[in-house]
Design a protein around this ligand. Structure first.
Ligand code: HEM
Length: 198
């Protein structure tokens, strides 16, 4: 067990092995082995999409509910550097690539289901998922073009004067809070398409 749990990489591999065992055992028990057809590929894309979305939104909520509110209470002040120098850059790496993976898998999912245009143009029958997709696209834009460039200045990952650092704090915080606000309705729209009787 120690060999697995002391490495995040090996832990993920163990999770994938466990998933394969579940699929095979359930397949054998029900006599329904999964066929590698288009329906299965769409299902697998849905799974990848939800996993990427959990990575992204999980870190968004971590930043908003844990890291940002706790930061001012950390004493002595000098120890806050552990967050800004080591933890935050790592969080932002998974955060922004989680957002990118969610956008790619989400758009592929809509395309594989044959309604990407109808959803993005908010046509009848696809309004709810279309609204969710637009909300999530705006959120991803915020991540890559507002939060990340400003955080790079705040965390000292790019050259910035003291004034530029101070000016970066507000847009970074507000865009992150905006995304947290949007995440609630966005997730409702995501799960509504297949599961809400219309
Ligand atoms: C630009 C970004 C996104 C796009 C283009 C997108 C697109 C989609 C599409 C097309 C579906 C399938 C709807 C259906 O027919 O059932 C879906 C479902 C879903 N999405 Fe997204 N999505 C995005 C962001 C997110 C985010 C950030 C999350 C956060 C976790 C998320 C979570 C989900 C969930 C949970 C489902 C429902 C799966 C199910 O009901 O089986 N999506 N998304």
């Amino acid at each position: 067990m120690g060999a697995i749990f002391t490495s995040p990489g090996r832990t993920v591999i163990a999770g994938i092995v466990l998933l394969i065992i579940i699929v095979v055992v359930v397949g054998l028990a029900t006599g329904q082995m999964t066929h590698l057809d288009m329906a299965w590929s769409t299902f697998a894309m849905r799974w990848l999409h939800v996993i990427s979305g959990v990575l992204w939104i999980g870190l968004l909520w971590y930043l908003n509910f844990v890291q940002v509110p706790t930061m001012p209470t950390i004493q002595p002040v000098e120890s806050r550097v552990a967050i800004t120098k080591f933890i935050a850059p790592n969080v932002l790496f998974y955060f922004r690539y989680g957002a990118l993976a969610t956008v790619i898998t989400g758009l592929l999912l809509a395309w594989m289901q044959g309604y990407i245009v109808q959803a993005l143009t908010l046509q009848k029958g696809f309004i709810m998922i279309g609204v969710g997709m637009w909300m999530a696209l705006i959120m991803a834009f915020n991540v890559w073009f507002i939060i990340w460039p400003n955080q790079q200045k705040i965390l000292g990952l790019v050259e910035a004067t003291a004034e530029q650092k101070a000016a970066a704090a507000k847009p970074a915080l507000y865009a992150s809070r905006f995304n947290t606000m949007f995440s609630i309705g966005m997730l409702y729209c995501m799960v509504a398409q297949q599961n809400m009787p219309i």
